[in-house]
Structures are given as structure tokens and as C-alpha cells.
Design a protein around this ligand. Structure first.
Ligand code: HEM
Ligand SMILES: [Cu+2]
Length: 648
């Protein structure tokens, strides 16, 4: 719909203080404990996700540092082999599940409605629920440390070592049930992103005008919905094997350990793209701001994002080259793994071209994004090396692979996220992060990371297997390991500086104003931090860069930000059509609601009881869940939907 047409709508109003006050009253979360538990504000939930994910990053980081002290020299006896097993397993689980995805969900939750020009996510209560379940399932898995029985078979948890005869404690049960629990959070979260993407955009924000991170999150959300069932099933079957003596994975009863590997990796390879694509999206949106030009090859980058996700479902067997599967299968999956580098390379070239043809403003955020590109490339190249079967048979289960995963995960996820923190912190808090401390933070993190992980490629080539708690003196692994340990501590100091910067800037940072970076997208059109209702009137979008329309020629008209629909008869947002974002209907949004929290408590009781075999309590927990869902979903008169006829 053209903006001109939209402006003729009789009900469009100009923003006024009166309107702002009214919207504030409608959208504000109630104060006190009730409001804290019951809030459904996507901004609060987003920040909770980010803070919690950083807390888990610190936990996972401490686990890593303990491992690195143990590995600093040969024949050390700081921790027992069993403790080492639990540490590397919880480290991987924490980083992959409790940090890497949730941190991105945090940014997406905070930013989605702001980027899309709306007032909340499609399902605000589900959003609160997905956060609470994430927190509860994370604490559930971490509770295993309290009884000294944390998961101890690595994050990929191969059978048969995970089966009862070899692993009689509760370790595996914590992981198995914890992952089924956690899967609830990611599934409902993903559904929420998909629907918000499809139906809750500002009028005129057609799908070719969306920020890339929105596309990235949408793509991985579909990926999560397809991948998650495999892992929930895998862990459920494992739990059955362990509790009830079924034989899915156990060879003695005719089961197949390889079934585990297939189910796990058909989930987990897509997952590694799931935890990087939104970070790539954030860089695609934020990097161009510091190059003072739009991203090069917008459409190709989006197609590359989608292609990566689709191909990501067809390469899982490259984790299983060493299992003795038929030659034909290895060739196919090797080929597929080579092909998947093409769409990622497109993004890399697009970023480089954007820097190349832009006018670069060097900030801490920019430094993170630029180094992200370099490390992405290093991690990508070591990945292609392992995609070749003969090379992989040498490299498999050595430290080379550990170097590779850290280059991609820290390089893409962590560095992208750190840049994003510098970029969006002003929006979230109203204050700038200190640039001076920022430079220290960046250079120390960057140096520490590379000092730790670059030599690790050699550690692997020298033949050091991963997941060993110590090594003998005369095999030539000592100096590389010592270097890695020193690098790891420097990296930790770098991250610490970020936290210091955040704490200092929250109090004393320069006041940001709505758009400190002179950025083009809608979140920068509102105050920092944004008011509870985000936009006083629903904006109308005429181009991909609404705030740069005065200097770019791409817009057919002008976006309208202070004149539009007020939607102030209660908590209301606009539903728009899937492709062109034409207004469809006015949706009534739910108020603060404690039931997502209560349902999470009931689920926690259920899972804890299953863990401890308290079957009666488990039954009660399940009944409580049903009850909580019923109350939550009970139809209420005030939550209706108004037909949008008046807006056509
Ligand atoms: C302070 C930074 C970090 C250090 C020093 C570090 C160090 C380590 C070490 C020593 C291992 C165990 C290797 C072994 O014995 O096999 C490991 C494994 C692993 N790390 Fe990290 N790591 C760090 C950050 C991260 C991050 C940010 C991620 C992901 C986002 C990550 C993901 C993994 C994974 C998936 C494994 C494999 C676990 C397994 O074998 O089951 N790490 N890391
Ligand atoms: Cu893979």
C-alpha cells in the first residue's frame, strides 16, 4: 500500500503528549513483585534473556578456565578424570544451548517489534513462558553439579557410554530430561518469531524491506521447529532405555548406537547454523551503519541465509565420517558440506564490499564486526578442511576440531554479539558504552582469543585428542597447551572489561538520544530506552531504510513515523498481510499474566519428579500443568479482535 493512500485514513492522528500519556498507562507493566513475574513486555523479556545468557557464558567460561589450568602442563592432577568429563560436557552444553541461542533470542526479542514497527511480539505470554522455561531448564541441568553428577559424556553424548550399564548415576538423566524441557522453550519461542515475522509488521514493511537479522531469526526459527523434534526424541528414547530397559541404542538388545548419532546430528548440525545466522544478521544490519551506506547485495545475503539453513539439514553425516558408514554416503555428505560454504561466502563478500565501498567510522562495534569477518573466514576454512573425508579421518577427535568450533562459535556468535552489545546498548539503556574502555575490551579479547585458539590447530595436527584430562610429557604438546591457557585467561580479562564497561556506563555513560549512530532502521526512531508502547502511532514504511530516506534514492515515498494509527483503545497492535504488509485487523494484546510463570513451576515439578522417579509427584505436576494451561487459555471477553475494515 502506498503511503499516500494510507495517509488518507480518517483515523490517522499526529503524535501528542496526551496520546503518549494514555498509551503509557495502557502498556505499562504493573509495579512490584507481581509485575516482575507477570510482565509480557518484549523489551523486559529480551533483556532478561541477554542477562541470563551472559550469566551462563560466565559459568561456561569458568568451566573452561578450570579445564585450561588442568591442561596447562603435562601430568597435572588438579582435577580427576571424572571431574574433567563433567566440566567439558557442561561447558559444551552451556555454551551451545544455554548461551549461544538464548543470547540471540534476547536480541531478537528486544528488537523484533522495534525493527518491525509494532508494539509487541505476536504472543506476549508465550514469550514470557519461553524465557521462564529457558531459565528453569538451565537451572535444572546445573542442579546436577550440586550432587556431583553433571552430564559427563560430552554435549553430543554418544551411546553406548550414555547408557545405564556404563553410566549408572543421574548424570545422563539430568541431560536427557533437561533437553526435553529446554526444547519446550525453543519451540514456543520459534513459533512466536515466525508468526510475528509473518503477521505483525508495520504497514508498508513488505518482505523486501526487512532488516537482515529479522530474516535470520525467521529462518532459524523455522529451522528450530524442524530440528527440535529429532533431539527431543533422541533424548526421550535415551531416557526410556535408561529407565525402562528399552533397546533403542543398546546393542545387547538389538538397538543401534548409530541411531543416536543420526538423531543427534540431524538436529545438531542445523543447530550450529541456528546459533550463528541471527548473529550474521545483526552484523549485516549494524556493520553498514559504520560504513555509512546500505549493505551490498541485500537480496543475495538473505537468499544465502535461507540456503544455508536448508542445506544445513543435509550435511549431518560429516560428523560421522569415522563411524564406518558406506563410502557412497560419505562422498555425498562431503560434497554437500563443500557446497554449503558458497552461501556463507556470499555474505563474507557482501560485508567486505560494504566496508570497501563505504566511508568507515571506526568504533568498538565496528572493530568487533570487522574481526568477526576475519575469524568467520578462518573458522570456515578449517571447516572445509574437515569436510574432506581423508582429512577428517586424520583430524577427527583431535584439538583441530576444537580450534575449528571455537573459531566459528566465538568468531561468529560471540564477536557478533559483543559488537551488537556496543551497538544496541544505547537503545536499551539510554547510555553509550565507553569507547576508551571499549577499545581495551576489544583488543584484549581479540588478542586473547587468537592466542588461545590459533595454536590449537597445531595441537590438533600434533595429534592431541580432544576430551583427555591430561597428557604425557614427551609428546611435544606442552608449549602449545601452555600458550592456549595463557590466551584463555587473557580472553577472560577482555570479557571482564566488557562487564566493567557496562556497569560504569549504566551510571556514567554519555546520554545517547534516540539515534546516536545515525542509523537507518525503525528502532532508532523512538526514544532510548523506548517507551513501553514502542511507537506512539503505528509507523508506515516506504523503504528499507526509513531514517535514511533523505539521502538515499531507493524510497518510493516517505515513511511516516509521527502520523498514523493511534490504536489506543486498550492494548492493541496491527495485524498485516504476509507479503506486502497491508493492514488486516486490529489485535487485542494480553495484559501482564502470571500463568506462564506458574506453568513453568509446574513443569519444573514434573521434570524433577521424573528425574527422581517420584511417580506420584510427577502425576501431580502433570495435572498442575494442565490446570495452569487451562486457566491461561480460558477465553476472556476483553481479549477479542476487531475487524480491520475501517483501515482498508
Ligand atoms: C573462555 C573461552 C573458552 C575456552 C577457554 C574454551 C575451552 C574449551 C575446552 C578446553 C574444551 C574441551 C576440549 C576437550 O577436552 O575436548 C572446549 C570444548 C568445547 N567448547 Fe569451549 N571454550 C571457550 C568458549 C566457548 C564458547 C563461547 C563456545 C560456544 C559458543 C564453546 C563451545 C565448545 C564446545 C561445543 C565444546 C565441545 C564440548 C564437547 O566435547 O562435548 N566454547 N572448550
Ligand atoms: Cu556439521
Amino acid at each position: 500500500m502506498a503511503v499516500e493512500q494510507y495517509e488518507k485514513i480518517p483515523s490517522a492522528v499526529v503524535v501528542s503528549e496526551e496520546l503518549r500519556r494514555r498509551l503509557h498507562r495502557i502498556w505499562e507493566t504493573r509495579p512490584g513483585l507481581f509485575g516482575w513475574i507477570a510482565t509480557v513486555d518484549h523489551k523486559t523479556i529480551g533483556i532478561r534473556y541477554i542477562v541470563t545468557a551472559f550469566a551462563f557464558l560466565v559459568a561456561g567460561g569458568i568451566e573452561a578456565l578450570i579445564m585450561r589450568i588442568q591442561l596447562a602442563g603435562p601430568e597435572q592432577r588438579l582435577i580427576s578424570p571424572e571431574a574433567y568429563n563433567q566440566l567439558f560436557s557442561m561447558h559444551g552444553i552451556t555454551m551451545i544451548f544455554l548461551y549461544a541461542l538464548p543470547i540471540l533470542s534476547g536480541f531478537s526479542n528486544y528488537l523484533f517489534p522495534l525493527l518491525l514497527g509494532t508494539r509487541d511480539m505476536a504472543f506476549p505470554r508465550l514469550n514470557a513462558f519461553s524465557y521462564w522455561v529457558y531459565l528453569a531448564s538451565g537451572l535444572f541441568m546445573y542442579a546436577s553439579f550440586l550432587i556431583g553428577q553433571a552430564p559427563n559424556d560430552g554435549w553430543f553424548n554418544y551411546a553406548p557410554y550414555s547408557l545405564k550399564p556404563f553410566n549408572p548415576g543421574l548424570n545422563m538423566d539430568f541431560y536427557a530430561l533437561g533437553m526435553v524441557f529446554f526444547g519446550i522453550s525453543t519451540t514456543v519461542g520459534a513459533a512466536n518469531f515466525v508468526v510475528t515475522f509473518l503477521r505483525n509488521r508495520a504497514p508498508g514493511m513488505s518482505i523486501n524491506r526487512l532488516p537482515i537479522m529479522v530474516w535470520g531469526t525467521m529462518t532459524i526459527s523455522v529451522g528450530i521447529l524442524l530440528a527440535n523434534p529429532a533431539v527431543s526424541l533422541a533424548f526421550f528414547l535415551l531416557w526410556m532405555d535408561r529407565q525402562f530397559g528399552t533397546h533403542f541404542y543398546d546393542t545387547a538388545g538389538g538397538g543401534k548406537p548409530l541411531l543416536w548419532q543420526h538423531l543427534f546430528w540431524i538436529f545438531a548440525h542445523p543447530w550450529v547454523y541456528i546459533i550463528v545466522l541471527p548473529a550474521m544478521g545483526m552484523v549485516s544490519d549494524a556493520l553498514p551503519v559504520f560504513c555509512r551506506r546500505p549493505l551490498v547485495a541485500y537480496t543475495l545475503v538473505i537468499l544465502g541465509t535461507i540456503t544455508t539453513m536448508v542445506l544445513g539439514f543435509g550435511v549431518w553425516v560429516h560428523h560421522m565420517f569415522a563411524t564406518g558408514i558406506p563410502f557412497l554416503a560419505t562422498s555425498f555428505f562431503s560434497g554437500a558440506s563443500f557446497i554449503i560454504t558458497i552461501p556463507s561466502a556470499i555474505a563474507v563478500f557482501a560485508w567486505i564490499a560494504t566496508i570497501w565501498t563505504g566511508r568507515v567510522v571506526v568504533t568498538t562495534a565496528f572493530l568487533y564486526f570487522a574481526s568477526f569477518i576475519a575469524m568467520f573466514t578462518i573458522g570456515g576454512v578449517s571447516g572445509v578442511m574437515t569436510a574432506s573425508v581423508p582429512a577428517d579421518l586424520q583430524l577427527h577427535d583431535t584439538y583441530f576440531v576444537v580450534a575449528h568450533i571455537h573459531y566459528v562459535l566465538i568468531g561468529i556468535n560471540l564477536f557478533g554479539v559483543l559488537g551488537a552489545v556496543y551497538f544496541w546498548f544505547p537503545k536499551m539503556t539510554g547510555r553509550m558504552l565507553g569507547e576508551r574502555l571499549g577499545r581495551w575490551n576489544f583488543w584484549i579479547t581479540f588478542f586473547g582469543f587468537n592466542l588461545a585458539f590459533l595454536p590449537m590447530h597445531w595441537t590438533g595436527l600434533l595429534g592431541m585428542p580432544r576430551r583427555i584430562y591430561t597428557y604425557p610429557e614427551n609428546v611435544g604438546w606442552t608449549s602449545v597447551n601452555l600458550t592456549t591457557t595463557i590466551g584463555a585467561f587473557i580472553l577472560a580479562v577482555g570479557i571482564l572489561l566488557l562487564f566493567i564497561n557496562v556497569l560504569v556506563s549504566l551510571r556514567r555513560g554519555a546520554v545517547a538520544g534516540p539515534n546516536p549512530w545515525d542509523a537507518p532502521t525503525l528502532e532508532w526512531a523512538v526514544s532510548s530506552p523506548p517507551p513501553p508502547y514502542n511507537f506512539a502511532v503505528i509507523p508506515v514504511v516506504a523503504s528499507r531504510h526509513p531514517l535514511w530516506e533523505d539521502r538515499l534514492e531507493e524510497a518510493s515515498g516517505r515513511s511516516s513515523i509521527d502520523r498514523g494509527l493511534a490504536l489506543d483503545h486498550g492494548k492493541e497492535i496491527l495485524a498485516t498481510s504476509v507479503i506486502d504488509a497491508r493492514p488486516d485487523a486490529v489485535l487485542k494484546m494480553p495484559d501482564d499474566n502470571p500463568w506462564p510463570f506458574v506453568l513453568t513451576l509446574a513443569l519444573s515439578v514434573l521434570f524433577t519428579a521424573l528425574l527422581l522417579h517420584w511417580w506420584i509427584v510427577a502425576g501431580a505436576g502433570a495435572a498442575a500443568c494442565v490446570l495452569a494451561i487451562l486457566i491461561w487459555l480460558w477465553p476472556r471477553a476483553e481479549l477479542g479482535q476487531k475487524e480491520g475494515a475501517a483501515y482498508e
